[in-house]
Write a protein that binds this ligand. Structure first.
Ligand code: G16
Length: 542
């Protein structure tokens, strides 16, 4: 194996970053300009082999995507056997392999990891992979394939998939044929599972009007169309207009459309012109984020982001659990990040009376905290999130004997939702179906949903600096511990505004820092964000 790795590795020399900088496994794996990534994908392939062997031959996933980032970028991340993000303890091994300066050093580090973790390199191993629509994808998958061939790993390349579909397939593969089977091991199996659960969760309710779905000109478009074809329209009349579905022209991916554009610009996609008061939502480039919105007759824009989806799900699931007679048995909790609007946190904790926990950015952090609840709801404000049902919750839903038709309905709908909601990771298609189910049950329009609470005025700014790695955070990213003095200056500015809050952090997916600010009015939130951005610029360019 060593000789094969050495020989193949010569085709993938790593490009040094210079300036003492190292490649790091960021918020969602390695992400950068695509031309740097082939050697990284080769080395990630070696790690996927080691991970599969370490996990006793379970199948490991590799997703090639840069999600919300522009078309010239790409990225690669590893998916663990139950469809979760790579265990964080292993990120250091990914970083070590990727930063090895030579082929010999690479093999040395590979062997060191294997011996440190007592990995039996002779075990059979298996990796499955998917990619988004970026033109750089096939070359990167080829580099991955070479690593898997050098390590004799069984490999299935599924080609185009949304990120959550790959997560689904990894879990389905590893649970195939056992009582915890997650679903059929195929893309069609994913659609069948969602369609069946959607119909059961609707429980005969009707969906009002057309939903316009902006797919960011990414992989979500063809996959959503496939899902809609698999949905028996006689059982549920779901009318969807798919827009921004151009996957042929690479440059338009995430360009002036998609969930990240809508959330950060706080406006509808530039095209098509929104139907006044129509119900719309946006996916991002790999269909793992979802944002809802509408524009009224006066062209005023209103947005329902990840915080709104999380509070809507908490409200609905809380009522169902109560109706199912399981309020004292099942602990529901919500997990957010520092970007969550303060009004959503107050609504969930004070009005819904549910515990709210704040973690650092990245679904990898939120997911694990949500697993501590029986029903753990986690969403980032950017629209990335899901709801997890614990084994205890599923068993209570299956074994509780209903005493009334109403209680039976609640139990049935909860079980249907546990199948509808992707249990492995945030999934725009599945989350969209969840929102549609809730709106149909409540008979709500988007403006009814928006009335549950008033968002605090807020602003998110992206700032490019000389060295973003100078910025280190603490307290779930709400404070900067480095560079020295920066946090004091931010505190000083925040003090000057009413009901204000602001924080800054380095992005883990882009070469930039992000600043978030909230205040009593929109102009104050803007002003505070600008002032903090100037502090970050100054410290980041020293
Ligand atoms: C990824 C992560 C998300 C995170 C986002 C932005 O999303 O999966 O959890 O919120 O990056 O992270 P950062 O602020 O560190 O750049 P995606 O949709 O790009 O995969």
């Amino acid at each position: 194996m060593e000789a094969a790795i050495l020989a193949t590795s010569q085709n993938y020399p790593i490009v040094p970053l210079g300036g003492g900088q190292a490649y790091t496994y960021g918020t969602a794996g390695f992400r950068m300009k695509a031309e740097l990534l082939a050697p990284i994908c080769f080395r990630v392939g070696l790690l996927a082999f080691l991970r599969s062997a370490f996990m006793n031959s379970q199948t490991i996933g590799v997703m090639v995507t840069a999600s919300h980032n522009p078309a010239p970028d790409n990225g690669v991340k590893i998916v663990d056997p139950m469809g979760e993000m790579l265990e964080q303890d292993w990120e250091k091994y990914a970083t070590a392999l990727v930063n090895a300066a030579t082929d010999q050093e690479l093999v040395k580090i590979f062997n060191r990891i294997a011996s440190e973790l007592k990995i039996n390199l002779k075990l059979p191993t298996k990796v499955i992979c998917g990619r988004d629509t970026r033109p750089s994808g096939p070359k990167l998958v080829a580099a991955l394939t070479d690593a898997l061939a050098a390590t004799n790993t069984e490999f299935i390349n599924y080609g185009w998939l949304t990120t959550p579909q790959l997560h689904y397939l990894v879990r389905a593969t590893n649970t195939e044929g056992n009582p915890l089977s997650y679903g059929k091991v195929s893309e069609d199996g994913y659609y069948e599972k969602l369609a069946d659960a959607f119909i059961r969760a609707m429980n005969g309710r009707k969906i009002n009007g057309t939903l316009t779905v902006d797919c960011a000109n990414g992989i979500g478009a063809p996959k959503l169309i496939k899902f809609l074809k698999s949905l028996p329209q006689d059982k549920v009349n779901f009318i969807v207009k798919v827009v921004n579905d151009n996957v042929v022209k690479p440059d338009v991916l995430n360009l002036n459309c998609g969930a990240d554009f809508v959330k950060t610009k706080q406006r509808a996609p530039l095209s098509p012109e929104p139907v006044p008061s129509g119900r719309s939502c946006s996916f991002d480039g790999d269909a793992d984020r979802l944002i809802y919105y509408w524009t009224d007759a006066e062209k005023r824009f209103s947005m329902l982001d990840g915080d709104r989806i999380s509070s809507l799900a908490a409200l609905f699931l809380g009522n169902l659990v109560e109706g199912a007679g399981l309020k004292d048995e099942l602990r529901i909790g919500v997990v957010q990040t520092a970007y969550a609007n303060g009004a959503s946190t107050a609504y969930i904790s004070q009005h819904l009376k549910l515990p709210v926990i704040c973690t650092p950015t990245g679904v990898k952090h939120l997911h694990h905290v949500a697993q501590n609840f029986d029903i753990g709801i986690y969403f980032e404000a950017n629209g990335h999130g899901t709801v997890l049902f614990s084994p205890d919750a599923l068993s209570a839903l299956k074994t509780t004997a209903p005493q009334s038709p109403a209680q039976k309905d609640c139990l049935d709908i909860l079980l249907a939702l546990s199948d509808l909601i992707n249990q492995t990771v945030g999934d725009a298609i599945s989350d969209m179906l969840l929102v549609e189910v809730i709106l149909a049950h409540k008979g709500w329009t988007l403006s009814d949903w928006a009335m549950t609470y008033m968002d605090l005025p807020n602003r998110l700014v992206r700032i490019e600096v000389g060295d973003k790695d100078l910025f280190k955070t603490t307290d779930a990213e709400r404070r900067l511990s480095r560079p020295q003095g920066a946090q004091d200056e931010i505190d000083n500015e925040v003090k000057k505004f009413k009901n204000a809050r602001s924080f800054a952090r380095a992005s883990g997916t882009e070469n930039a820092c992000r600043v978030y600010a909230e205040a009593a009015t929109w102009s104050e939130a803007n002003e505070l964000a600008e002032r903090v951005a100037r502090i970050i610029e100054r410290y980041g360019n020293q």
